[in-house]
Design a protein around this ligand. Structure first.
Ligand SMILES: [Zn+2]
Length: 252
């Protein structure tokens, strides 16, 4: 459907970008993105994707808003404490952009749920906080041939990667990078702390990578890991090798 006058005005600053234009904007409005986790990473990601006019967002988060979330989880206000995150996130995003559809699930994510949701999506965004969930989503993206944008954050550090194993058999997957749960990563933000703005940086980068992947523009972090050290302002980009004995993407 062609853009109407209010859409042309709402999205004018990105329609002006030659890489996006009206055609790209229509493509975003026709896109569906699954966002796993509506916390410190999923919040800013979802905010920017909603603002950019990604037409349908499906958000899964089984937690409730807590006072200690508000230091970084920008979808929520003090008055939301005790409310289900998915419900509040959907309300906040619909208020930001009345042009889009936002669905949410408050259940803990399962293979069955992913098998229902992913076929209707163009991309999945991992903003979860544990390896078990990331492994589930990584495997589901392979089954349903979807690109995956992952992010993680702790302390002053974060990482972002794009995995295209679902659409390119030569591409590495998340489990090629982390075949087993790293011992050092059993820690979480709850025990080690995190600076809110660092979560915001990583979540924003995920949203940017998602838009580029949806539109097929620029050079994404496909097959690469961006390591961010915000304390000393050091950014590193390293290539991720495909693991020939990966428990998820190895065929044999
Ligand atoms: Zn793999």
């Amino acid at each position: 459907m062609p853009l109407d006058d209010s859409q042309i005005e709402r999205y004018s600053r990105q329609i002006l970008l030659k890489e996006i234009g009206g055609t790209g904007q229509e493509k975003l409005l026709n896109s569906t993105v699954f966002i796993l986790g509506a916390g410190g990473l999923g919040g800013p990601s979802a905010f920017y994707l909603a603002a950019a006019g990604v037409g349908t967002l499906i958000i899964a988060d089984s937690d409730q808003v807590e006072l200690s979330n508000l230091q970084r989880q920008i979808l929520y206000k003090t008055s939301d404490i005790g409310q289900p995150k998915g419900k509040v996130a959907a309300r906040t995003l619909r208020q930001l952009n009345t042009d889009i559809h936002v669905w949410y699930s408050g259940e803990r994510v399962t293979d069955v749920q992913l098998d229902e949701v992913l076929p209707g999506c163009q991309l999945a965004l991992d903003a979860s906080d544990n390896f078990a969930t990331r492994y589930l989503l990584n495997a589901a993206c392979l089954r349903h041939h979807k690109p995956l944008v992952t992010g993680a954050v702790m302390g002053f550090e974060g990482q972002v990667a794009v995995f295209r194993h679902g659409v390119d058999p030569q591409a590495p997957c998340y489990r090629c990078l982390y075949p087993t749960t790293p011992q050092t990563n059993n820690a979480s933000c709850a025990t080690t702390g995190v600076l809110g703005g660092v979560a915001g940086m990583i979540g924003s980068l995920q949203a940017v990578e998602a838009v580029k992947e949806l539109l097929g523009i620029g050079t994404t972090l496909a097959g690469e890991l961006l390591l961010v050290n915000a304390l000393d302002v050091i950014f590193h980009r390293v290539r991720i090798a495909k693991n020939p004995s990966c428990p998820t993407c190895h065929k044999g």
